[in-house]
Every structure is written in C-alpha cells, then in structure tokens.
Design a protein around this ligand. Structure first.
Ligand SMILES: [Zn+2]
Length: 460
C-alpha cells in the first residue's frame, strides 16, 4: 500500500494529502478489486475490506463504526411540502456519535500498522473525538490541536478518551497548519483528516452503504460541508461504484455551507456573499479548505448546487428535526436539513426526486445546545408536591381515620415517614385534613373541605 499523486503519479510511502512536487491530490494506491465485495465476517466499515487499504486485519482498530441506517423521514418531508422520498443516512449511530469514526478506523489502524507511537490531529471537534477514541483502543498517544471555537462537548470526549489537548488559532484552518508543523518537527503520525488521504478511504464507505441499501444511486445527496472532505470522498465512492459498472447514473449534490464561511458554494454560484454574520456554525467553518482546488475540479463533473445557512437557521432545524423525527442532531448536521428545506422552497430540488440527507453527528456532542440554562424555567416547569398530597387525600378518603404510619405504608415507601407527616401538617394547615388524638396515636381524616377537594381532584 502506497500513496500516489493523481496529477504527476509520484509515489509516496507515507500518507499525505497534497503532492509536494505539484500540489496534486494524493490518493491511497492499492490493487482495486473488480467488484464491491462484502465480507460480513469483519467489523464495521471493514466489511468492505477488499475495497479498503490492505491493512493486515490484526492491526485493524474497529469500534463497529459504519453500517448506519438509511431510512425515510415522512414527517419532515410533509413539513417542507416536498413531494418525493427523503432518506436520512443516520451517522449519529457511529460509536462516538459522528461520521468521522469512519475516518478514525482507517487512519488509526494504519498508524498502528506503521508502529506509530503518537499521533497528532487538528480538529474542531468530531474528528478529534473519533481519533482519540480509536487511538485509545490502539494504545497510541493522541495529541489534538483545537482552535478556540472547538466545541466543548467534543473536547470533553477527547479528554475522556485520554487525548492531550492543545489550543491553537481561532478556527480550524490555523490548527491544521500547526498540526503540519508538529508532525514534521516531533515526528508524530499525521492523523488530521484533511492531511491524510486515508480519511477519504473511510468516508467513501458512506457511498457504498447508500448504494447497498437503495440498490442504486439517489437523485440527490445533501451534504453539510466544511472542508469538503466528506463531499470529495462521497463523490469518489460513487465514482468507484461507477468504475465497477455497478451504477451508471451520477448523483446530484446539494452542498450546504455556513453563511459565515462558504468557499465551495461561492465557487458554485460564482459569487461571494457580501454581508456575513459573525456567528459560525461549529464544524462547518472552514474558510480555506486544504483541498479546495481539487474539490472544485471534481464537482465540475457533477451537477452541484449550494445553499448557505446561518447559525440561527441551523439551531432552528435542530429543534425541527428532533421534534418531527426523533433525531437529535448537532447544528452542523441540522444545517443540512435547513439547506434541504431551502432548496425545496427555491425549487432547486424538483418534486419526485429521491433525496438522501447526511445526518453527520449527534446533538449530544454540541455543548452550545445546553447553554440555555437561563431559560430553563421556560422549558421545564417544576413539578409541585401536589401529586403526593393528592395521593394522601385519596388514602384518607378511602381509609380514614388512619394514622400517619399507615398512610406511609399505603404510599408504598415512595418517600420517608417524616415527609408524610410534613405533607399531613401542610394539609392540616390548609384546612383539608383534621387530626384526632386517640391515646398515644394521632388519627388523620378529611375535613368537609378536604372531601370536596379530593372529589374535585378525582374529576380532573
Ligand atoms: Zn504530484
């Protein structure tokens, strides 16, 4: 297994994304089979082992990534008034909650195979969480270089998996350059997805899996796009299927980028957006993708359309998709759904077309979604003690006069005896319960007011 420049055919032993001689895109070079072979005896994406880099199986680090479900979403389709089928490729089901586990399994397995002791990875979130998890399993040290805007939820994941975290730069572009430097000077294995072409090998399995389920190429693929790596990899996956004569049609691509930073959509539309909001969508904010030239060359061969989504729209669609489809997505993933809604409204996507939208990562990772603490009261009304008091009134109505301990037993040990006496005292002060002392025992029963109140409660 080697790495070959697609432009000047130079061969390299180590994985690198761009050719130092000509700037061409480098891809992993290995004998390609003449079919899409499925080897179900292997874990995760490695069921496509014959179509992936030939890393000896005893070096493969898998957490059962990939094989994610592809399913129709009818409620969302109805909501956006689309007359056609929309499928979700649900990548939230991956081991660390994002599609980047497909990248990590290939890169970390290769790192183990070449006996790397430490790897470096520039990341604004998902890739770092994935690489850190797989590195932990492989027993390889992981250094993650994160920009200031990296999502704290994903940093927590990296910390949990034992990665060393270093902050550098404002956005991912700067962190990627730092990772280049660190790998060179410290001799660490380069695990940054945008700098290692093995990432493409992992991500292309998204195309394989969609084909495997649908038995064909969908009309449209909706891809939330930052660096463009997933877009490029998916296109290359479909190109492979085409070269294997499994499909003849080319899919169309709806590329969804952040309004704050949309170089690929700018290229498609041939214009830049003048006014940009300050608020970025984490995961989509790559202003100068490393492989920009190669992406724009590749998408010229395909029908690609672009839409831009702002931060507020992305957040709104986190809500929409969760409430309609039970899918909790991070804003970057929800942006794809917002983009799809926009494309349908603007008739970019025609009725009747079959659409697959990539739900790239789960909302559980996105700490900004939890930063709504001040408005907690608005969303979560507190339950009062009424339920317990209502139960006590019911017991008194059926069994009173009765002593406190017996009430506590009737309640089925849901709370302490002291708490039952506290409730009884509060009910007495409200005039709903009366107490009669018989010998050394206090017997509780309902007052007339208490009886009326419990009857009203019974009706509601
Ligand atoms: Zn070259």
């Amino acid at each position: 297994m080697r790495f070959r420049c697609q432009n000047c055919n130079s061969i390299y032993d180590e994985p690198r994304m761009l050719c130092p001689k000509c700037g061409g895109l480098i891809l992993t070079y290995y004998p390609k089979p003449k079919a899409l072979n499925i080897c179900n005896e292997y874990e995760g994406v490695w069921k496509y082992r014959d179509n992936l880099p030939p890393i000896p199986i005893n070096y493969v680090i898998s957490l059962y990534e990939g094989n994610t479900p592809l399913f129709k979403i009818k409620n969302f389709t109805k909501k956006i008034k689309y007359r056609g089928k929309i499928y979700v490729k649900d990548e939230t089901r991956n081991p660390t909650g994002s599609f980047r586990d497909r990248v990590a399994t290939v890169i970390v397995s290769h790192a183990l195979y070449v006996d790397a002791k430490k790897l470096v990875c520039a990341t604004d979130g998902n890739t770092g969480a994935s690489i850190a998890a797989y590195a932990a399993k492989a027993g390889i040290e992981c250094s993650a270089i994160v920009p200031k805007n990296a999502d704290y939820g994903k940093i927590l994941q990296m910390l949990a998996y034992g990665a060393e975290i270093l902050e550098y730069g404002e956005i991912i572009d700067e962190a990627v350059l730092k990772a280049l430097e660190v790998a060179l000077t410290e001799k660490y294995y380069q695990a940054t997805a945008e700098l290692n072409p093995l990432s493409i090998e992992g991500l292309k399995t998204i195309a394989y899996e969609i084909y495997e389920v649908l038995g064909k190429v969908p009309d449209w693929l909706v891809i939330p796009t930052g660096s463009g790596l997933t877009l490029l990899s998916t296109i290359l996956g479909f190109k492979e299927l085409h070269s294997l004569s499994l499909v003849s049609k080319k899919p169309k691509f709806l590329i969804v980028q952040s309004l704050a930073c949309s170089p690929i959509v700018d290229f498609i539309e041939g214009s830049k957006v003048e006014r940009r909001p300050r608020k970025h969508i984490p995961g989509l904010d790559v202003c100068k993708p490393m492989i920009y030239t190669h992406i724009v060359n590749l998408i010229k061969e395909y029908e690609c359309r672009g839409v831009r989504i702002n931060y507020v729209e992305a957040l709104n669609y986190v809500d929409v998709v969760a409430k309609l489809e039970g899918l909790f997505l991070e804003p970057a993933a929800a942006a794809a759904f917002a983009g799809l809604a926009k494309a349908v409204k603007e008739a970019i996507i025609e009725p009747g077309d079959e659409v697959v939208v990539l739900a790239s990562a789960t909302g559980l990772k996105a700490s900004m979604l939890y930063a709504k603490e001040p408005s907690r009261k608005k969303y979560i009304p507190k339950l009062t003690g009424l339920n317990t008091k209502a139960l006590i009134l019911e017991i008194l109505k059926a069994k009173g006069p009765i002593h406190g301990y017996a009430i506590w037993k009737e309640l089925g040990l849901m709370l302490s005896v002291q708490a039952v006496y506290q409730h009884l005292e509060e009910l007495r002060r409200k005039g709903l319960v009366k107490v009669k002392v018989v010998g050394r025992k206090k017997l509780y029963s309902l007052t007339d007011k208490g009886l009326q109140f419990s009857e009203i409660l019974g009706k509601i």
